[in-house]
Design a protein around this ligand. Structure first.
Ligand SMILES: Cc1cc2nc3c(=O)[nH]c(=O)nc-3n(C[C@H](O)[C@H](O)[C@H](O)COP(=O)(O)OP(=O)(O)OC[C@H]3O[C@@H](n4cnc5c(N)ncnc54)[C@H](O)[C@@H]3O)c2cc1C
Length: 131
């Protein structure tokens, strides 16, 4: 199967895209990788407009984002399950989070962890016992 991907922006082979701190430049400055949207005046902002960066080009907004990784909130998943999404409770999806993460806490516990190219979990959160 061949898929044609039409993009108005450039490809993502650029060191500013691969660098986490690149967000400081790519997200706020004019350039070919950012749509640089502005909202219409917002009543809740005293009728000011708001800058809304969005990625343009292969990779979309992930080409200009901060590369911060966080699991979704437990309550959201549990709510989806209560609404009828079988298999979407937090306990259901937790094994998939763990499989996708390179979790140093679990590495120390000699549990199998993923490595290269996976989000690294390094900090010990307040609720680490549930990890
Ligand atoms: C500055 C910034 C920082 C962020 N930081 C983080 C972070 O640290 N961690 C995190 O998890 N999330 C972060 N996000 C959010 C995350 O990057 C986005 O939620 C995610 O990339 C959205 O993916 P998407 O596929 O829905 O949309 P997008 O990635 O925006 O993809 C939309 C695609 O469609 C293309 N497109 C749009 N219009 C047209 C058109 N008319 N013709 C052809 N192509 C078109 C665009 O070029 C783009 O490639 C950040 C977002 C921004 C903008």
């Amino acid at each position: 199967m061949t898929v044609a991907l039409l993009e108005p922006g450039p490809d993502d082979h650029h060191f500013m895209v691969w660098t986490p701190t690149g967000v400081a430049k790519l997200a706020v400055e004019a350039g070919p990788r950012n749509y640089e949207y502005r909202t219409v005046p917002q009543g809740a902002l005293n009728h000011r407009t708001s800058f809304q960066p969005r990625g343009k080009g292969l990779g979309g907004s992930s080409s200009i984002n901060g590369m911060v990784y966080i699991r979704g909130h437990r309550n959201d998943y549990d709510r989806w399950a209560r609404l009828g999404c079988a298999g979407w409770s937090y306990e259901d999806v937790l094994p998939y989070f763990r499989r996708a993460e390179s979790n140093e806490l679990r590495a120390r516990a000699r549990e199998p962890v993923s490595r290269r190219g996976r989000p690294a979990v390094r900090e010990r959160p307040a609720h680490a016992e549930s990890l």
